[in-house]
Design a protein. Structure first.
Length: 260
């Protein structure tokens, strides 16, 4: 997957790595923590909240966190995060403008390395996680966990992860509140699919050959246990439900995500 963003002089291309089918076992381990990806309650849009407690360090992993062959560097990961954030902001700004609404970007995207290093509404965010915090309007992610998944999966992971968490921010801005976690999560998967599919159609993102199959394989690896009740707190949906929601949005855009 290649991400392009305006940089004043031409374009910047980020992410030159394909998902590896052999990485799926590691992907399961890497992504199960996203069951807590929407935390801190629901704030009213525009409400001022205390700034999140942030890491003391720069939260940049050391050289040992890069892949052994050196083809997936921390610098490339960081650039992909910036590109994914930039493209998501531009995408949602266009959607809001088209509907006559004012768009407000997420306040910040925060990398962290240790559990409790970042808090959301007084709640410590644990390791091995990525969350949208509505109480502070920020996205936070465990940088070591994320880089590890990036090394196993590739840049598509970064764009999906950022897209899913950004979708939660949009839900808050639109005042969308569901009774069950799974409803919120499957809609966010659909919205992430729409953001990626529309960006590909607009030639903002370019998929490499086989990327769609690899997206599908990755989504199949991160579903809830089939025995988990759909109404349980923290449920995200089965592999089939998550895959169907993502590709419904990818193929049919936001009209398929129940926003209207």
């Amino acid at each position: 997957m290649h991400g392009h963003r305006d940089a004043g002089r031409g374009t910047v291309t980020a992410g030159r790595h394909r998902w590896s089918r052999g990485s799926l076992a590691g992907l399961v381990v890497a992504l199960v923590a996203t069951a807590g990806c929407f935390v801190g309650g629901v704030s009213e849009p525009g409400a001022e909240e205390p700034a999140p407690r942030q890491p003391d360090s720069s939260a940049s992993p050391g050289a040992e966190q890069t892949r052994a062959d050196g083809t997936t560097s921390v610098a490339e990961f960081q650039q992909d995060v910036r590109d994914a954030q930039s493209i998501a902001e531009r995408y949602w700004a266009q959607q809001f403008q088209a509907s006559g609404q004012q768009f407000r970007p997420v306040r910040r995207v925060i990398p962290y390395q240790r559990g409790g290093e970042v808090t959301c509404g007084g709640q410590e965010i644990p390791r091995n996680n990525a969350v949208y915090c509505s109480a502070g309007d920020f996205i936070a992610y465990d940088v070591r966990w994320s880089v590890g998944a990036f090394r196993q999966v590739g840049d598509a992971f970064v764009f999906y992860l950022l897209g899913h968490e950004y979708a939660h921010a949009i839900q808050v801005r639109l005042g969308i509140r569901y009774s069950f976690t799974i409803q919120q999560e499957l809609q966010a998967d659909c919205m992430a699919g729409a953001y990626l599919g529309d960006s590909v159609r607009a030639k903002v993102l370019t998929l490499d050959e086989g990327d769609l199959d690899e997206f599908r394989d990755g989504l199949l690896a991160v579903g809830d246990d089939p025995d988990q009740p759909w109404f349980a707190e923290g449920s995200h949906g089965t592999a089939e439900q998550r895959t169907e929601s993502f590709f419904r949005g990818y193929e049919r855009s936001l009209a398929a995500c129940g926003l209207g």
